[in-house]
Write a protein that binds this ligand. Structure first.
Ligand SMILES: *Cc1c(COP(=O)(O)O)cnc(C)c1O
Length: 401
């Protein structure tokens, strides 16, 4: 047998930068050392050790979701897999679904509903606005919906659905189970699954939780679970079948080999959240994001979304005419080793404020890099004024890092 010559491959060390870039975009976000080191461990996916880890992950997830639900499941896959798990288990062919669409990610839920044959009505929210409860109620009245989908924070254009609690209350009043995407917002701002009437809460690892991408979490309410158990239509997805996943997550038996290292990483990320406590964490995020926003504006740039609908977890910046967002990003990463995000199709920049991104030392480096790169790219900005204003807001709201 003659084997062709194996390919010549450059070692990773020669591809990766000597010093990692500071990840200040829309995710993935920097991970704490404890998370990174847990992610380097492999253990048996079944047995006592794993069972103890899983028990704790569920206990901590209940705290972070603010729920008493017994239906917390991990998902091997991106947050999109958790979205798909919620949709494919709760929507049968012909199920009437009302989907509130603010942008790309809430639109992804619409597409997922389509693909499983749901009868979806899209409630299109005007640009740069949060979904208004009155508008949602008008749509719900028209009728017969069994499922409502909504995103808490629309990462793609940095809109915050601030009336989420009221929208969920309406959804329940009109007979829906509420599917809520909290991928970028979970643990950065309030979310009370039980209190608000959320029936399926979706999250990923790499944003608010500051864990790794590819291992996600979902929780179903008792009402959602009752629907899943009573479901008649066949389930086309085997990996995402919640009843099968329940075997591993709640019955100590086998579904598929869990991504053990990623679950260990998630364990550590959740543990750090519990240690910090939710109120302290929400406050850290609120203060850091407010300081960053104030600094950006004081520098002479405009924020994309008006204050009443603006997301704190990801800050959107309008790029001045004649300045290229891509050029600014390029300069920031080449010269200052700070990476931020552009947007899908818009000439804007986005800076994340999720988990480890909301640390004062990261803010200084990021705002400085943004100001300096803007100037090189031809933007008329005043970086020292921005830095001074950010410092002022931080100093008047001392945040413990
Ligand atoms: C990032 C994100 C997703 C998708 O996450 P993936 O891990 O890339 O699948 C979904 N919804 C929201 C709100 C997000 O921010």
């Amino acid at each position: 047998m003659h084997y062709p010559k194996p390919p010549e491959i450059i070692p990773l060390d020669n591809i990766l930068p000597d010093e990692p870039l500071l990840m200040m975009g829309a995710g993935p976000v920097p991970i704490p050392h404890k998370v990174a080191s847990a992610n380097s461990v492999v253990i048996n996916h079944l047995g006592d050790t794993m069972n103890r880890v899983i028990e704790q992950v569920k206990i901590m997830a209940r705290y972070v979701f603010q729920t008493e639900s017994g239906h917390v499941l991990g998902v091997s896959g991106p947050a999109s897999a958790a979205m798909e798990m919620a949709v494919c288990n709760l929507v049968e062919p012909g199920t009437k679904v009302l989907s509130i669409r603010n942008g790309l990610f809430s639109g992804r839920l619409v597409e997922m509903v389509h693909r499983v044959g749901g009868d979806v009505t899209v409630l299109e929210i005007p640009d740069k606005q949060a979904a208004a409860p009155e508008m949602v109620e008008r749509a719900l009245k028209e009728g017969g919906y069994k499922v409502l989908t909504v995103v808490q924070g629309e990462t793609s254009n940095t809109v915050w659905n601030r009336h989420l609690a009221e929208i969920c209350r309406l959804g329940k009043a009109y007979g829906c189970v509420n599917i809520v995407d909290t991928v970028c917002t979970l643990s950065t701002m309030e979310l009370e699954m039980d209190e608000w009437g959320v029936d399926a809460v979706i999250t990923g690892g790499q944003k608010g939780l500051s864990s790794i991408p590819g291992v996600s979490l979902i929780a179903f309410s008792d009402e959602a679970w009752a629907r899943i158990v009573a479901r008649n239509a066949p389930m086309s997805h085997w990996c995402l079948d919640a009843r099968l996943a329940d075997k591993f997550w709640n019955q100590q038996s086998y579904h598929y080999t869990a991504p053990v290292s990623g679950v260990l990483a998630l364990h550590e990320a959740l543990r750090l959240i519990c240690e910090e406590t939710l109120p302290a964490r929400f406050r850290r995020h609120a203060v850091c994001s407010a300081a960053l926003q104030a600094g950006i504006e004081a520098m002479g740039l405009d924020l994309l979304i008006p204050a009443e609908a603006r997301l704190n977890s990801v800050v959107g910046i309008s790029v001045p005419d004649g300045v290229s967002a891509d050029r600014v990003r390029h300069i920031m990463s080449q010269l200052y080793r700070v990476e931020i995000s552009g947007a899908f199709g818009l000439n804007i920049l986005r800076i994340g404020q999720m988990g480890e991104q909301s640390r004062t030392h990261h803010l200084s480096r990021t705002l400085h890099a943004l100001g300096a790169a803007m100037r090189v790219a031809g933007g008329r900005v005043d970086p020292p004024a921005g830095m001074a204003e950010m410092e002022r807001v931080l100093a008047s709201n001392v945040v413990r890092n």
